[in-house]
Design a protein around this ligand. Structure first.
Ligand code: SF4
Length: 193
């Protein structure tokens, strides 16, 4: 089976994909100027280190997303890490039982800033079909989430789509955001200092 067209390594004309474009800025004769935020964003968004937190079936879709057919490494994210201190994208995939909640929160707290969270699938995002006393009805009850991926399970294309939305956020984020009042309030609303 061929790769889905939009994620193929060749574009429509059959030419190989080009390197990522330059950030917004002023292109003069022999020089280029832009904002520091743009350069930092460009580097960050193309070198994301994901930390997979997979508890059930959605994790299997993540495995497919990482394997050769879909291959997340084409987005600069092949370096999957299992130490929270090295990673900047927490990918939560699967049913999160309430007992697992403190563990997930601990993993999030151990990640250094800047950090982002991708909630993959119905269970992580809302509890999914498990509307029951033992299942957390969405991880955003305990940690802030940046992007939600719908589906039960979401196909690898949907996970890649969510990942690309994260890349968009990362690329556009101001380097001052994490020191701002709004971000501080967001963290305080989760009881995080
Ligand atoms: S959303 Fe569906 S596929 Fe994903 S963990 Fe829940 S039950 Fe499994």
């Amino acid at each position: 089976m061929a790769r889905p067209v939009q994620y193929n390594v060749k574009n429509e004309g059959g030419k190989p994909l080009q390197i990522v474009g330059a950030p917004e800025g002023f292109n003069g004769d022999g020089f280029f100027t832009t904002k520091l935020s743009n350069v930092v964003g460009l580097a960050r968004k193309n070198s994301i280190w994901p930390l997979p937190f997979a508890t059930s079936c959605c994790g299997i879709e993540f495995m497919a997303t990482m394997a050769s057919h879909y291959d997340l490494s084409r987005f600069g994210a092949e370096r999957v890490g299992f130490s929270p201190r090295q990673c900047d994208l927490l990918m939560v995939m699967g049913t999160i039982a309430k007992k697992m909640g403190p563990v997930l929160r601990q993993v999030y707290l151990q990640m250094a800033e800047p950090r982002w969270v991708l909630s993959v699938g119905a269970c992580a995002s809302s509890g999914g079909i498990f509307d029951t006393y033992s299942v957390l009805q969405g991880i955003d009850q305990i940690i802030p989430v940046d992007v939600y991926v719908p589906g039960c399970p979401p196909r690898p294309e949907a996970i890649i789509d969510g990942f690309m939305k994260i890349q968009e956020l990362v690329g556009k984020e101001s380097i001052r955001r994490r020191n701002g009042e709004k971000y501080k309030q967001l963290m305080e609303s989760y009881g995080i200092q």
